[in-house]
Design a protein around this ligand. Structure first.
Ligand SMILES: [Zn+2]
Length: 454
């Protein structure tokens, strides 16, 4: 005869999240009402209804997610997190004065030198940005910036996943081709036991690197099975310049070089032809679209409808906060969906579920990490976000996907779990001291303004 399961028959796990409306983003599009997730150490052990999970598992820690939606951790597919302290430094300017008068001079002073001060700048700016990502439900970033070793320390401290790529800007330099990839490989070796980190090769763009550097990047990426992260066709002059200098449009040029045979993600992709899209689709290369940054710097709109028609894999990034100016990927998704509905004159285009898929499971595929992350399924890493829907702004709740994309925004993020660890609890950072981060940001604000004579 069946009796109630005795507590000593229950399997022990680390954490149970219960009573949630779970958007798993798995291949069957499963939505679990009154659902629960059992987490054992860094992985999801089981997922199901709260009743079924509590009948099988007991946990050291239980998180009640009643009146909450649980989604996989959001993936920021293109960003420059250490630019955090340049947020709002110079806005509403054309690209050239923005770069020449503000960003590059400040990077020259605060980032480039091999001094303790510059290493500290990158470390603290990364911590600050990582904290802001957590607040916005981002658990994984694909980053491109300098001083990767300091970024690595900061991401480990914050408990946030990241692929770090040191930008290669080799035009005008005497590059020893043997050195290409050396830094990324040595960091990969140094951090091989850090499950949150990975490293990419990051040739900044076609126009900032000579051909032989890109050829060598392709060789190293293939030999070492390393992700390549670059910018592509962000400004309207890029395709013409590539055609003039190399006799080919950017994507055929990358194909000739061998980069389309590597795991490749490229940011922006605004000025791309349909012929180029066919090559992208064949190769599996992904485009990380950064709508808000592109609009703010007046670079245009990525042709999302055409990318999807050609079956090019797309995902979304915030870009750096100097050009966005926030790390709220949910608001980026909201804005992108609405803008592209209007451009397509089609309100059915980019439905909310598809947007969330592209910021989670599709982004994980784009970064070649979908074996471990991107959806909530047993065996995958426990990276998830609990969104508070108890307030008036989140009720009534007719459709959870549209609530997540169109109604909630980063302010609804209540708890974040990465690699099985609660890193944001009741909107408080568990690993970082927010007051200390704000204090540091104020210190650096004063230093930056002093340098600019403001
Ligand atoms: Zn960028």
């Amino acid at each position: 005869m069946n009796t109630i399961t005795a507590p000593d028959r229950l399997t022990s796990v680390s954490t149970i999240v219960k009573n949630a409306l779970i958007l798993t983003m798995d291949g069957s599009h499963s939505v679990i009402e009154n659902g629960a997730i059992a987490i054992r150490e860094d992985k999801i052990a089981a997922i199901g209804t709260t009743e079924s999970i509590l009948a099988k598992y007991t946990s050291e820690q239980t998180i009640d997610a009643g009146d909450c939606i649980v989604i996989p951790g959001l993936i920021n597919a293109h960003t420059h997190i250490p630019m955090t302290y340049f947020k709002g430094l110079a806005d509403d300017l054309p690209l050239n004065p923005w770069l020449n008068d503000y960003i590059w001079p400040m990077e020259k002073i605060f980032v480039e030198p091999e001094t303790d001060e510059a290493h500290d700048f990158v470390y603290y700016a990364t911590l600050h940005g990582a904290a802001e990502m957590l607040r916005n439900g981002i658990t994984f970033a694909n980053d491109m910036y300098f001083k990767g070793e300091d970024m690595a320390r900061a991401f480990i401290k914050a408990g946030v996943r990241c692929i770090i790529g040191e930008p290669l800007i080799e035009n005008g330099k005497e590059t020893n081709l043997k050195d290409i990839g050396k830094l990324a490989l040595s960091l990969r070796k140094q951090y091989k036991d850090s499950p949150l980190l990975d490293f990419s090769l990051a040739p900044h763009a076609i126009y900032t690197n000579p051909r032989d550097v890109l050829v060598r990047c392709a060789e190293v990426a293939r030999e070492q099975d390393m992700l390549v992260h670059m910018h592509i066709s962000e400004a309207d002059w890029e395709p013409k310049q590539c055609l003039d200098e190399h006799g080919k449009l950017p994507i055929p040029y990358l194909q000739e070089i061998g980069l389309l045979k590597t795991p490749l993600i490229m940011a922006h992709g605004i000025h791309v032809t349909e012929g180029e899209m066919e090559l992208l689709a064949e190769s599996g290369a992904a485009i990380a679209i950064c709508t808000e940054s592109n609009l703010k710097l007046v670079n245009g709109f990525a042709p999302i409808r055409k990318y999807l028609q050609h079956k090019v894999r797309i995902c979304f990034g915030t870009d750096g906060v100097a050009s966005n100016n926030n790390l709220d990927l949910l608001s980026e998704l909201d804005f992108t969906a609405k803008l592209h509905k209007a451009l397509a004159k089609d309100p059915t285009f980019l439905p909310a579920e598809q947007m969330l898929r592209m910021a989670t499971v599709e982004a994980a595929k784009a970064l070649h990490k979908d074996k471990d992350i991107g959806s909530l399924e047993p065996g995958k890493k426990a990276d998830l976000v609990i969104l508070d829907c108890s307030g008036v702004e989140a009720q009534p709740l007719h459709n959870p996907y549209s609530q997540v994309i169109y109604a909630l925004g980063g302010r609804a993020v209540r708890d974040v779990i990465i690699h099985g660890e609660v890193v944001l609890k009741d909107k408080k950072l568990t690993r970082l001291d927010e007051a200390e981060l704000v204090g540091k940001a104020k210190e650096y604000r004063a230093k930056i303004r002093k340098e600019l004579n403001l």
